[in-house]
Ligand binder design. Structure first.
Ligand SMILES: [Zn+2]
Length: 310
């Protein structure tokens, strides 16, 4: 550990093994480029555009999982997310709705009886609102006070404010759990999927979307891959994700690669040279109406069933 990390040692934890499969055969993979002392809630915003920055990363020799080691402690990460405000995320509601509708439609081909759905990392409630409109009874959680308040004001949704892993929730009380771009943000991914298993009824389904470390996009982009950023504490491979889910008692029932849809406005706003376009309100209004399917397919989209007792 460096001296800087020692001075704030309660904010970081050294791994005892692979967070995905539990193996102790881990080795350093890449030296980090993040200055922890300068981190602010803005650093972990969903729409943060500081690509290419990572924590010190280690790799599991057994499942290929890559993860922050030392890892920011859950309390430290929780305190950062508690202060996150991300109006750009909310401006992109239409584009995100298109993505979430596809996820819900696929979930409904596996779970034909719509019951209770819990969205983890619910942000401003976009997915919860859509699910409610399709007949689901919805619940969800997010650590950001701003996000929970926005969900309440916009949709009248009660998003629970806090870290999912430590919330008091009734066991075996939901039929579906959704984790879209959530698991890579958690310090302890196994705790999160175990919590999902705990609150799901036997036979219930977990839908999980997370970046794929070995995708073509990741390989092409190299160190500039857009998923390398301070908010991401882990990068999954097919093997590490299967190991994580298997350990928590899940069986994968469907998998595909995931592509995001963004508006031209959002893409333009992510490039410094195009910022002047975004400041022009009339032009920005036009751009927002043009959906752009970004066919990167650089994420896993996985549906896994909680095994029924034999
Ligand atoms: Zn592993």
């Amino acid at each position: 550990m460096t001296g800087e990390m020692e001075s704030g040692s309660d904010r970081f934890e050294n791994s005892a093994g692979c967070p995905a499969c539990g193996s102790v055969r881990i080795a350093p993979w890449r030296k980090g480029t993040i200055d922890a002392a300068s981190l602010r809630p803005e650093s972990v915003r969903i729409t943060d555009s500081a690509y290419g920055r990572t924590w010190d990363l280690a790799r599991c020799r057994d499942c290929g999982h890559v993860f922050a080691d030392p890892c920011p402690a859950p309390e430290f990460i929780g305190s950062l997310y508690g202060g996150v405000e991300d109006p750009l995320y909310d401006e992109e509601t239409e584009g995100r709705e298109k993505n979430f509708l596809q996820v819900l439609a696929r979930l409904e081909t596996i779970l034909t009886d719509k019951g209770r759905l819990f969205d983890v990392g619910a942000a401003t409630g976009i997915l919860m609102n859509l699910a409610r409109g399709r007949g689901w009874d919805v619940d969800g959680a997010d650590p950001s006070a701003w996000a929970a308040a926005t969900a309440g004001a916009k949709y009248g949704l009660a998003v629970r404010e806090g870290l999912f892993e430590t919330l008091a929730l009734d066991p075996e009380s939901v039929d579906a759990v959704t984790m879209v771009d959530f698991i890579e943000h958690t310090a302890r991914p196994f705790d999160a999927v175990q919590k999902a298993a705990e609150i799901l009824k036997p036979g219930g389904v977990l839908c999980l979307v997370t970046p794929s470390l070995r995708s073509v996009a990741a390989r092409l982009a190299g160190r500039k891959w857009w998923h390398y950023r301070p908010a991401h504490l882990a990068y999954f491979t097919r093997r590490s994700l299967d190991a994580l889910l298997g350990r928590a008692g899940f069986t994968v029932v469907r998998r595909r690669s995931y592509s995001w849809t963004f508006s031209a406005h959002y893409l333009a706003s992510r490039k410094k040279v195009s910022r002047f376009l975004v400041r022009n309100a009339r032009l920005a209004g036009l751009l927002k109406q043009i959906p752009v399917k970004l066919v990167l397919g650089d994420s896993f989209e996985i549906y896994a069933r909680k095994e029924r007792p034999r």
